[in-house]
Design a protein around this ligand. Structure first.
Ligand code: HEC
Length: 229
């Protein structure tokens, strides 16, 4: 009887163990959670972004073109990252960062009640600078690269698509969403200063060459010709 009971107890115990482990195995299989491709909530990545943005900045696609195909709904999902520090409601509170209601074309560093960093105040040029689509695009690509000394501890969104989507969403946070920029009329062409020196240099050469040569030749024959007549 005794050993029978012990056997029953042991059997029951082993059976339970077997069940528990099987359930564990099966549920692991059912609810497998593969590691995400990239972490969804990278807030502060330090140096890696420092080296990178130089290249993207150079070949960056104009934001007007990117916005033409952007999706504000997808941007709302990306804005969740920003919401760690920013509210987006009208009259919303300043959090770690200022409220972003109506941010498109808003003057830089002018939101009431927020203490901006010296770097951001410099960038604002005393309120003259605005958050144009272009400025937003560059800032969100890599905040610390674009606004030296900014207090925004966010690594940036290196993917064109993510930025375009989130900017398209930011645009909707307004009573009167600003018109989208015209694709094709590239705002990026102006900052690309490489073109200007080239244009300036070209006219300089003909001018130099022409000045000494022609007047000299032209005037020399003119004088002897006059007395001869
Ligand atoms: C870790 C917190 C944090 C996150 C995340 C963050 N920000 Fe910021 N943001 C700040 C802070 C702080 C400032 C003020 C910067 C300063 O004063 O230099 C700021 C400033 C800004 C400004 C300038 C506002 C103004 O009034 O001039 C914009 C635009 C902005 N953030 C957009 C974004 C967007 C878009 C995202 C998401 C893609 C984002 N931020 C994510 C903290 C954050």
């Amino acid at each position: 009887m005794d050993s029978n009971e012990i056997n029953k107890l042991l059997g029951g115990f082993l059976g339970t163990c077997f069940l528990v482990f099987s359930i564990g195995l099966v549920s692991d299989g059912l609810f497998a959670s593969p590691a995400p491709e990239k972490p969804g909530f990278a807030i502060e990545a330090q140096e890696p972004t420092e080296g990178g943005p130089a290249a993207p900045a150079a070949e960056a696609k104009p934001i007007a073109d990117l916005l033409a195909t952007a999706n504000a709904e997808a941007g709302a999902a990306i804005f969740k990252k920003c919401q760690a520090c920013h509210s987006g409601e009208k009259g919303g509170p300043n959090k770690v960062g200022p409220d972003l209601w109506d941010i498109v074309d808003r003057p830089v560093a002018e939101h009431e009640g927020f203490a901006y960093s010296a770097g951001m105040k410099d960038f604002s040029k005393g309120g003259q600078e605005h958050w144009t689509y272009d400025n937003l695009n560059h800032f969100i690509t890599s905040p610390k690269k674009f606004v030296k000394g900014t207090a925004m501890g966010f690594a940036g969104l290196p993917k064109d698509e993510d930025r375009a989507n989130v900017i398209a969403y930011l645009r909707t946070l307004s009573d009167n969403p600003k018109p989208l920029p015209q694709p094709g009329a590239s705002a990026e062409a102006k900052p690309a200063e490489g073109a200007k020196p080239a244009e300036g240099a070209a006219p300089a050469k003909p001018a130099e060459g022409a000045a000494p040569a022609k007047p000299a030749e032209g005037s020399a024959p003119a004088k002897p010709a006059a007395p001869a007549q």
